[in-house]
Ligand binder design. Structure first.
Ligand SMILES: Cc1ncc(COP(=O)(O)O)c(C=O)c1O
Length: 369
């Protein structure tokens, strides 16, 4: 039976974490394990991080948080998604931290606590410039005043999110940081008992040391990729995932014979074409065929023709690979090192899109090195 394989190197995750720790010092690291830990398997990644002494995790949805709880993850977990009344009960039952990102949230949370006597822990999200979730910056004073007047809501954190921390021009990110500093000052002046202030993601950890406050929410860097070509690479991370596909057929194709849909690829010499059982339904970007390549035994071979839904072809030239062997799409297998960032640039996507596109047909194999 063949299937694509994502080999997850948990040792690389630990080393990436150590390097990020060395950079941020005493600041708490909250790994972001949403979207199945960016395709790496949230349960396995969270277990490893729990063993590594991590003290807080973040996910997006209630479903993601419950999956971790059902698999033995006992760490505090912050949920990023918009709060709804039906999330309050499971949040309390499972010790999950929710966020207030709109004035209504505070209304139904207060009503819930009045009814049940207890609510979940809360982080207040303030929009300092992303224009996504979050209390508008200029309305934050009102909410902070409301929070200062109630002792019922356990406000553990205040946070915000950057729009451009991974860009070369950091002017806007600096404006967001200064707005957030105003919020921090205000909360302190109001004597709100807030434990965590946070806004930094991977881009900010690399680019904006002044934005770390006392907690950073790190995703992509932990998985061993850089958020964009414009961030510093001063923390040298290793790719946690090797994404590979099996060679299921090798056929001889004569010069001039088209390969794959649309017949857009026509080899000009006789060659060996390997059929690989991995396609765009498994997360390979369809247009990667244009300049794309895979790694095999330390060499790169061009992708031959359009990537299909479940399969794709590779031109191995004179080389005759064996059926059952694997090619590397990205990662580092010791012989080949293909950066996900390079593919992302070529196909005009980001490493985030490529990692999270790797879905359920891919078998995840966990290795300790
Ligand atoms: C609210 C929030 N914080 C932190 C992160 C982590 O970002 P990164 O993977 O760039 O570190 C994300 C990811 O999208 C996010 O949505």
């Amino acid at each position: 039976m063949y299937n694509p394989v994502a080999e997850i190197h948990l040792g690389r995750l630990s080393r990436n974490l150590q390097k990020i720790r060395a950079q941020v010092g005493d600041v708490l690291i909250m790994p972001v394990v949403k979207a199945n830990a960016y395709g790496h398997s949230a349960v396995h990644i969270a277990r490893k991080l729990q063993d590594e002494g991590i003290r807080y995790l973040a996910v997006f949805t209630m479903g993601e948080a419950l999956e971790l709880r059902q698999n033995g993850i006992t760490l505090p977990i912050l949920l990023f998604s918009r709060l709804t009344p039906d999330m309050l009960e499971p949040a309390v039952e499972n010790n999950l931290t929710v966020n207030i990102s709109w004035p209504d949230d505070m209304d139904f949370l207060t009503a819930y606590i009045a009814d049940k006597g207890k609510g979940p822990k809360v982080h207040l999200k303030v929009d300092t410039g992303m224009s996504r979730l979050g209390i508008a910056f200029d309305e934050a004073t009102d909410i902070l005043e409301r929070l200062a007047k109630t002792s019922q809501i356990e406000l553990e954190g205040i946070y915000s999110h950057f729009a451009t921390a991974d860009e070369g021009d950091l002017t806007y990110a600096q404006l967001q940081t200064s707005r957030f500093n105003e919020i921090v000052d205000l909360a302190k002046k109001m004597k709100l008992n807030v434990k965590f202030f946070h806004m930094a993601n991977s881009g900010a950890v690399l680019n904006l040391p002044e934005s770390l406050f006392n907690l950073v929410r790190v995703g992509i860097l932990l998985y061993g990729a850089y958020p964009s070509d414009e961030t510093s690479e001063n923390i040298k991370v290793e790719p946690v995932m090797n994404f590979k596909g099996p060679i299921v057929t090798v056929r001889k194709v004569s010069a001039g014979t088209p390969v794959s849909y649309g017949s857009v690829y026509v080899p000009d010499e006789d060659c060996n074409i390997g059929v690989i059982q991995t396609g765009f339904a498994d997360g390979l970007p369809r247009n990667w065929y244009e300049n794309g390549y895979v790694g095999y035994k330390g060499e790169q071979f061009p992708i031959a023709g359009r990537i299909c839904m479940d399969q794709m072809m590779v031109n191995f030239g004179d080389v005759v690979p064996k059926v059952g062997e694997e090619v590397l799409f990205f990662g580092d297998d010791g012989e080949n090192h293909i950066r996900i960032e390079d593919i992302a640039r070529e196909v005009n996507l980001t490493p985030y899109v490529l990692m999270t596109a790797i879905g359920g047909r891919t078998k995840r194999e966990f290795v300790e090195d």
